[in-house]
Design a protein around this ligand. Structure first.
Ligand code: FAD
Length: 433
């Protein structure tokens, strides 16, 4: 593959596919390299697809994309060992003509997306791992070396959509190693059930879907969350926590997932299902402050490799597609103007990104990772106090309501000092701004 291209894209996940699609559609000569046997074979996601980001690339994607269920109900749970306190939002408005969120199965979705990329004109080589970036005498990136025999390829720009580990970027000195306190390790299983069983358990019809996002004692005091998503004939269930917390706590991801599945509020939802798939993957959760250098002479970083994940809202694939699209558009724009793909010119990528929800949201939540890391009460004490308060409030036992209110206040004061409670509320409010 000793050939020259306008652009080489490393990775065929959502970010790489978005970049390759954008450039190929505009007539650029694009080579995409994927280490997996096929696009999606190495990828793990919950998975919720956010339509808006894909619509900007492929407006009619609903016609043939492998979509599972459109989400009409969101459940957010805070859990202790026996109960959950939940906020559920379900609306008929989500049964709209062009639903805004879908559950998907990544292996199928990535294959479909990759087909669109190839139809747009890009060349895809699978089972090809990029080992390092090639540079000219001035240090400008001019291509890649792969693990294939004589496997070098040259291009005006290399777009790194290689995912969270970002080994090519690391090896080439473009970014530092991942920090264990800014990356989560998540495990996920797929549980199969007949379609009608899922629909009756979750009160669904047609292709309606429900998602549950949960936090609390289920992560054994560590910073993390769990999820359960309904697909057509399966349920995706998973849990993830920050890697440095696992190291300190000694709990195992698999142990946490077993406990979550056996929680009295989750177990009946999975009853009699058959588990056919198990996967583990990292999620970059360091947020705005962990974003590495995003561009340089002849290179751009997109997606998880650039730490583009909004952990609070559990959005990643849409940030990946948006950063990939904007990187592709920037390259097309510079090429049309016959400008060099130098660091100074590629700064346009960052300027365009700053105008999008990607940077605005990550900037807004820049203090949240540190807040969650330093306030473990959020994952242990507070869920327990909230659950106990709910039980006190809802149990009818002859005690008068004023006494119940006092008991709830007392339990909060006992669990945390008044100054601690006020301090936590203040820190949360500050991080949220
Ligand atoms: P990836 O999807 O990781 O793709 C990178 C690709 O590059 C892979 O195909 C890989 O094989 C390839 N690659 C890597 N190195 C090389 C190399 N050297 N040479 C060639 N190819 C290479 N996001 C959501 O929006 N919604 C969700 O519900 C959601 N749930 C999630 C649940 C879990 C358990 C996990 C782990 C993540 C979840 N995410 C979710 C996040 C989402 O999966 C990622 O943000 C998204 O996949 C990032 O896309 P990407 O293209 O940057 O990276």
């Amino acid at each position: 593959i000793e050939e020259r291209f306008d652009a080489i894209v490393v990775g065929a996940g959502p970010s790489g596919n978005a970049a390759a699609y954008t450039m190929a559609k505009e007539g650029l000569k694009v080579l995409q390299l994927e280490r997996g046997e096929y696009p999606g074979s190495k990828n793990v996601q919950g998975a919720i697809l956010y339509a808006n980001a894909l619509e900007k690339l492929i407006p009619d994607f609903r016609e043939d994309a492998p979509l599972e269920r459109h989400i009409i109900e969101q459940r957010i749970w805070t859990m202790d060992d026996k109960s959950y306190v939940g906020m559920h939002y379900r609306s008929e408005d989500f049964n709209e003509e062009r639903p805004n969120r879908y559950t998907i199965i990544r292996a199928q979705f990535d294959k479909w997306f990759s087909r669109k990329v190839r139809e747009a004109g890009a060349t895809l080589l699978c089972e090809t791992t990029v080992k390092e970036l090639l540079r000219d005498a001035k240090g400008k990136v001019i291509g890649v070396r792969t693990d294939r025999d004589n496997g070098v390829a040259f291009a005006d720009v290399v777009i790194l959509g290689e995912g969270v580990n970002g080994l090519v970027g690391q090896r080439s000195g473009l970014r530092s190693e991942l920090k264990p306190d800014s990356v989560a390790l998540a495990v996920k299983e797929m549980h199969f059930l007949p379609r009608e069983v899922i629909e009756s358990r979750f009160n669904l019809k047609d292709n309606e879907g429900v998602v549950i996002e949960a936090m609390g004692t289920i992560t054994a005091g560590m910073t993390g969350t769990a999820f359960l998503y309904t697909n057509q004939e399966s349920i995706s269930v998973g849990i993830g926590c920050i890697v440095s917390d696992f190291a300190e706590n000694g709990a195992t991801p698999y142990g946490l997932l077993e406990a979550f599945k056996n929680h009295p509020s989750i177990k009946p939802l999975l009853a009699n299902s058959e588990c056919k798939e198990y996967a583990a993957h990292l999620i970059p959760e360091g947020g705005y402050n962990s974003i590495p250098e995003l561009y340089g002479d002849g290179w751009i970083v997109v997606g998880d490799a650039g730490q583009f994940v909004n952990a609070v809202h559990r959005e990643g694939s849409n940030l990946a597609m948006t950063t990939g699209r904007i990187a592709g558009e920037t390259v097309v724009w510079l090429k049309r103007r016959r400008e060099e793909l130098s660091k100074a010119n590629l700064a346009e990528y960052k300027r365009r990104l700053d105008e999008t929800f990607v940077m605005k949201d990550l900037k807004k939540y820049r203090r949240i990772p540190a807040f969650l890391h330093n306030n473990k009460h959020v994952f242990g004490l507070y869920p327990k106090l909230v659950a106990a308060a709910a039980q006190t409030w809802f149990r009818v036992d002859g005690a008068d309501k004023l006494s119940k209110e006092k008991e709830i206040l007392k339990s909060f004061r006992k669990g945390r000092t008044l100054s601690g409670l006020i301090g936590d509320a203040f820190k949360l409010a500050r991080s949220w701004r």
